[in-house]
Design a protein around this ligand. Structure first.
Ligand code: SAM
Length: 250
Protein backbone atom coordinates (compact mmCIF):
# COMPACT_ATOMS: atom_id res chain seq x y z
CA UNK A 1 0.00 0.00 0.00
CA UNK A 2 1.45 3.39 -0.94
CA UNK A 3 2.06 5.73 2.01
CA UNK A 4 0.33 9.12 1.69
CA UNK A 5 2.92 11.87 1.84
CA UNK A 6 1.86 15.02 3.68
CA UNK A 7 0.96 17.85 1.29
CA UNK A 8 3.18 20.91 1.13
CA UNK A 9 2.08 23.76 3.36
CA UNK A 10 0.73 26.86 1.56
CA UNK A 11 2.50 30.11 2.43
CA UNK A 12 5.80 28.35 3.16
CA UNK A 13 9.28 29.29 2.02
CA UNK A 14 11.08 26.02 1.33
CA UNK A 15 14.90 26.20 1.26
CA UNK A 16 15.82 23.40 -1.07
CA UNK A 17 19.37 22.00 -1.15
CA UNK A 18 20.55 20.92 -4.60
CA UNK A 19 23.62 18.88 -5.65
CA UNK A 20 27.16 20.29 -5.40
CA UNK A 21 28.21 18.34 -8.48
CA UNK A 22 26.71 14.88 -8.53
CA UNK A 23 23.11 14.98 -9.70
CA UNK A 24 22.28 11.88 -7.65
CA UNK A 25 22.63 14.04 -4.55
CA UNK A 26 19.15 15.46 -4.63
CA UNK A 27 16.64 14.14 -2.14
CA UNK A 28 13.21 12.71 -2.92
CA UNK A 29 11.72 15.45 -0.76
CA UNK A 30 13.62 18.15 -2.66
CA UNK A 31 12.14 16.85 -5.91
CA UNK A 32 8.64 16.71 -4.41
CA UNK A 33 8.92 20.29 -3.14
CA UNK A 34 10.24 21.57 -6.46
CA UNK A 35 7.36 19.80 -8.26
CA UNK A 36 4.81 21.16 -5.81
CA UNK A 37 6.00 24.77 -5.58
CA UNK A 38 4.06 27.60 -7.20
CA UNK A 39 7.32 29.31 -8.07
CA UNK A 40 11.03 28.54 -7.75
CA UNK A 41 13.33 31.41 -6.78
CA UNK A 42 16.78 30.65 -8.15
CA UNK A 43 20.19 32.30 -7.90
CA UNK A 44 20.67 31.71 -11.63
CA UNK A 45 17.53 30.77 -13.54
CA UNK A 46 19.49 29.29 -16.46
CA UNK A 47 21.55 27.04 -14.23
CA UNK A 48 18.49 25.89 -12.24
CA UNK A 49 16.54 25.52 -15.49
CA UNK A 50 19.05 22.84 -16.56
CA UNK A 51 18.71 21.02 -13.24
CA UNK A 52 14.92 21.10 -13.45
CA UNK A 53 14.93 19.84 -17.04
CA UNK A 54 17.10 16.93 -15.95
CA UNK A 55 14.37 15.93 -13.50
CA UNK A 56 11.52 16.82 -15.91
CA UNK A 57 10.24 19.57 -13.62
CA UNK A 58 8.51 22.49 -15.30
CA UNK A 59 7.81 25.40 -12.99
CA UNK A 60 7.92 29.20 -13.21
CA UNK A 61 11.31 30.55 -12.16
CA UNK A 62 12.20 33.95 -10.73
CA UNK A 63 15.73 35.12 -10.07
CA UNK A 64 16.96 35.81 -6.55
CA UNK A 65 20.61 36.75 -6.26
CA UNK A 66 22.92 39.00 -4.30
CA UNK A 67 22.09 42.21 -6.17
CA UNK A 68 18.29 41.93 -6.29
CA UNK A 69 17.84 40.28 -2.88
CA UNK A 70 15.98 43.23 -1.35
CA UNK A 71 13.50 43.81 -4.20
CA UNK A 72 12.95 40.14 -4.95
CA UNK A 73 12.72 39.39 -1.24
CA UNK A 74 9.70 41.71 -1.02
CA UNK A 75 8.07 39.93 -3.93
CA UNK A 76 8.71 36.53 -2.32
CA UNK A 77 7.18 37.75 0.95
CA UNK A 78 4.15 39.03 -0.92
CA UNK A 79 3.70 35.65 -2.62
CA UNK A 80 4.01 33.83 0.71
CA UNK A 81 1.46 36.17 2.28
CA UNK A 82 -0.93 35.27 -0.54
CA UNK A 83 -0.50 31.59 0.39
CA UNK A 84 1.88 30.57 -2.38
CA UNK A 85 4.52 27.87 -1.96
CA UNK A 86 7.95 29.27 -2.80
CA UNK A 87 11.02 27.04 -3.21
CA UNK A 88 14.37 28.80 -2.96
CA UNK A 89 17.43 27.19 -4.55
CA UNK A 90 20.96 28.34 -5.32
CA UNK A 91 23.41 27.13 -7.95
CA UNK A 92 24.73 24.38 -5.71
CA UNK A 93 24.27 23.07 -2.22
CA UNK A 94 22.35 24.58 0.64
CA UNK A 95 20.79 28.04 0.24
CA UNK A 96 22.08 30.59 2.75
CA UNK A 97 25.47 28.93 3.18
CA UNK A 98 27.82 31.41 1.45
CA UNK A 99 24.92 31.83 -0.95
CA UNK A 100 21.79 34.01 -1.17
CA UNK A 101 18.97 33.09 1.18
CA UNK A 102 19.72 34.50 4.61
CA UNK A 103 18.13 37.88 3.98
CA UNK A 104 14.77 36.58 2.70
CA UNK A 105 14.65 33.96 5.47
CA UNK A 106 15.18 36.68 8.10
CA UNK A 107 12.43 38.83 6.53
CA UNK A 108 10.04 35.87 6.34
CA UNK A 109 10.68 35.02 10.00
CA UNK A 110 10.14 38.68 11.01
CA UNK A 111 6.86 38.67 9.10
CA UNK A 112 5.71 35.54 10.95
CA UNK A 113 5.82 33.39 7.81
CA UNK A 114 6.65 29.70 7.70
CA UNK A 115 10.16 28.65 6.62
CA UNK A 116 11.17 25.03 6.12
CA UNK A 117 14.59 23.60 5.23
CA UNK A 118 14.86 20.68 2.84
CA UNK A 119 18.35 19.50 3.77
CA UNK A 120 20.80 17.97 1.35
CA UNK A 121 24.22 18.54 -0.16
CA UNK A 122 26.51 21.11 1.44
CA UNK A 123 30.23 21.34 0.60
CA UNK A 124 31.07 22.31 4.19
CA UNK A 125 29.54 19.16 5.70
CA UNK A 126 30.84 16.83 2.98
CA UNK A 127 34.40 18.18 3.37
CA UNK A 128 34.38 18.22 7.17
CA UNK A 129 33.00 14.71 7.60
CA UNK A 130 35.45 13.19 5.10
CA UNK A 131 38.45 15.22 6.29
CA UNK A 132 39.44 13.06 9.24
CA UNK A 133 39.77 16.24 11.33
CA UNK A 134 37.80 16.67 14.57
CA UNK A 135 34.11 17.36 13.95
CA UNK A 136 33.03 17.88 17.56
CA UNK A 137 33.89 21.56 17.35
CA UNK A 138 34.36 23.42 14.11
CA UNK A 139 34.14 27.00 12.87
CA UNK A 140 32.88 27.70 9.40
CA UNK A 141 33.99 31.08 8.11
CA UNK A 142 32.91 30.93 4.46
CA UNK A 143 35.12 32.98 2.13
CA UNK A 144 37.99 35.02 3.55
CA UNK A 145 38.15 38.73 2.68
CA UNK A 146 40.03 39.40 -0.55
CA UNK A 147 41.96 42.48 0.64
CA UNK A 148 45.34 41.47 2.07
CA UNK A 149 45.21 43.31 5.42
CA UNK A 150 41.68 42.19 6.28
CA UNK A 151 42.45 38.71 5.09
CA UNK A 152 45.52 38.19 7.25
CA UNK A 153 43.77 39.69 10.30
CA UNK A 154 40.83 37.33 9.80
CA UNK A 155 43.11 34.31 9.32
CA UNK A 156 45.08 35.19 12.45
CA UNK A 157 41.83 35.47 14.42
CA UNK A 158 40.38 32.23 13.08
CA UNK A 159 43.49 30.17 13.73
CA UNK A 160 43.34 31.13 17.43
CA UNK A 161 40.00 29.38 17.78
CA UNK A 162 39.72 25.87 19.17
CA UNK A 163 38.21 23.32 16.79
CA UNK A 164 38.59 22.70 13.07
CA UNK A 165 38.39 25.75 10.79
CA UNK A 166 36.48 25.31 7.54
CA UNK A 167 36.85 27.80 4.70
CA UNK A 168 35.53 28.11 1.18
CA UNK A 169 38.10 29.42 -1.25
CA UNK A 170 38.00 30.55 -4.84
CA UNK A 171 40.17 28.50 -7.22
CA UNK A 172 42.07 31.73 -8.00
CA UNK A 173 43.13 32.25 -4.39
CA UNK A 174 43.63 28.75 -3.05
CA UNK A 175 47.37 28.73 -3.81
CA UNK A 176 47.74 32.08 -1.97
CA UNK A 177 45.92 30.56 1.01
CA UNK A 178 48.25 27.56 1.06
CA UNK A 179 51.26 29.89 1.10
CA UNK A 180 49.71 31.90 3.94
CA UNK A 181 49.01 28.77 5.99
CA UNK A 182 52.52 27.40 5.48
CA UNK A 183 53.82 30.43 7.39
CA UNK A 184 50.97 30.94 9.84
CA UNK A 185 50.22 27.37 11.00
CA UNK A 186 53.08 25.12 9.80
CA UNK A 187 52.34 22.43 12.44
CA UNK A 188 48.61 22.15 11.98
CA UNK A 189 46.93 19.45 9.92
CA UNK A 190 45.50 20.75 6.67
CA UNK A 191 42.97 19.18 4.33
CA UNK A 192 42.23 20.42 0.85
CA UNK A 193 38.94 18.96 -0.38
CA UNK A 194 38.53 19.42 -4.10
CA UNK A 195 35.66 18.76 -6.50
CA UNK A 196 33.58 16.90 -3.91
CA UNK A 197 31.02 14.46 -5.33
CA UNK A 198 32.46 14.98 -8.83
CA UNK A 199 34.62 12.85 -11.11
CA UNK A 200 37.91 14.38 -9.97
CA UNK A 201 37.11 14.46 -6.25
CA UNK A 202 40.29 14.48 -4.19
CA UNK A 203 41.26 15.09 -0.58
CA UNK A 204 44.84 16.15 0.12
CA UNK A 205 45.78 15.71 3.77
CA UNK A 206 49.03 16.73 5.41
CA UNK A 207 50.86 19.65 6.92
CA UNK A 208 50.70 22.91 4.96
CA UNK A 209 54.23 22.39 3.54
CA UNK A 210 53.33 18.88 2.33
CA UNK A 211 50.14 20.07 0.66
CA UNK A 212 52.04 23.01 -0.84
CA UNK A 213 54.72 20.69 -2.25
CA UNK A 214 52.05 18.49 -3.83
CA UNK A 215 50.34 21.59 -5.23
CA UNK A 216 53.64 22.80 -6.72
CA UNK A 217 54.16 19.38 -8.28
CA UNK A 218 50.70 19.57 -9.84
CA UNK A 219 48.56 22.71 -9.41
CA UNK A 220 44.85 21.86 -9.22
CA UNK A 221 41.71 23.43 -10.63
CA UNK A 222 38.12 23.22 -9.51
CA UNK A 223 36.20 23.97 -6.33
CA UNK A 224 37.88 23.80 -2.94
CA UNK A 225 37.10 23.59 0.73
CA UNK A 226 40.10 24.23 2.98
CA UNK A 227 40.15 22.76 6.49
CA UNK A 228 42.65 23.53 9.24
CA UNK A 229 43.01 21.16 12.19
CA UNK A 230 42.62 22.51 15.74
CA UNK A 231 45.59 23.94 17.67
CA UNK A 232 45.28 21.12 20.24
CA UNK A 233 45.88 18.64 17.45
CA UNK A 234 49.27 20.15 16.48
CA UNK A 235 52.39 19.05 18.39
CA UNK A 236 53.50 21.58 21.03
CA UNK A 237 56.95 23.10 20.53
CA UNK A 238 58.44 20.71 23.13
CA UNK A 239 57.12 17.66 21.26
CA UNK A 240 58.75 16.04 18.28
CA UNK A 241 57.18 17.31 15.07
CA UNK A 242 54.54 15.00 13.65
CA UNK A 243 55.74 13.78 10.29
CA UNK A 244 52.59 12.09 9.08
CA UNK A 245 53.06 11.98 5.33
CA UNK A 246 50.72 13.62 2.88
CA UNK A 247 47.79 11.43 1.99
CA UNK A 248 45.43 11.79 -0.92
CA UNK A 249 42.07 10.18 -1.66
CA UNK A 250 40.92 10.15 -5.24
N1 SAM B 1 25.80 26.83 -0.76
C1 SAM B 1 26.94 26.02 -1.12
C2 SAM B 1 27.06 24.87 -0.13
O1 SAM B 1 26.05 24.49 0.47
O2 SAM B 1 28.14 24.32 0.03
C3 SAM B 1 28.20 26.84 -1.22
C4 SAM B 1 28.16 27.91 -2.26
S1 SAM B 1 29.60 28.91 -2.36
C5 SAM B 1 29.08 30.18 -3.44
C6 SAM B 1 30.64 27.99 -3.44
C7 SAM B 1 31.87 27.45 -2.73
O3 SAM B 1 31.54 26.23 -2.05
C8 SAM B 1 33.00 27.06 -3.68
O4 SAM B 1 33.82 28.18 -3.99
C9 SAM B 1 33.76 26.03 -2.86
O5 SAM B 1 34.57 26.66 -1.89
C10 SAM B 1 32.60 25.32 -2.17
N2 SAM B 1 32.12 24.19 -2.99
C11 SAM B 1 30.94 24.09 -3.64
N3 SAM B 1 30.87 22.91 -4.28
C12 SAM B 1 32.03 22.24 -4.04
C13 SAM B 1 32.54 20.99 -4.43
N4 SAM B 1 31.87 20.16 -5.21
N5 SAM B 1 33.77 20.63 -3.98
C14 SAM B 1 34.49 21.46 -3.18
N6 SAM B 1 34.05 22.67 -2.79
C15 SAM B 1 32.83 23.05 -3.21
Amino acid sequence: MATELPPLTPGTLYLVATPIGNLEDITLRALRVLRGADVIAAEDTRHTGNLLRHFSIHKPLISYFKFNERRRGEEILDRLQRGQIVALVTDAGTPGISDPGQRVVASAVRAGLRVEAIPGACALVAALTASGLPTDEFHFAGFLPVKSGQRSRRLAELTQLPGTIVLYESPYRVEKLLIELTTLVPDRRLVLARELTKKFEELLRGHPADVMAEWNRKPRKGEFVVLIGPPSDAPSSSEKPDHRPLTTDH
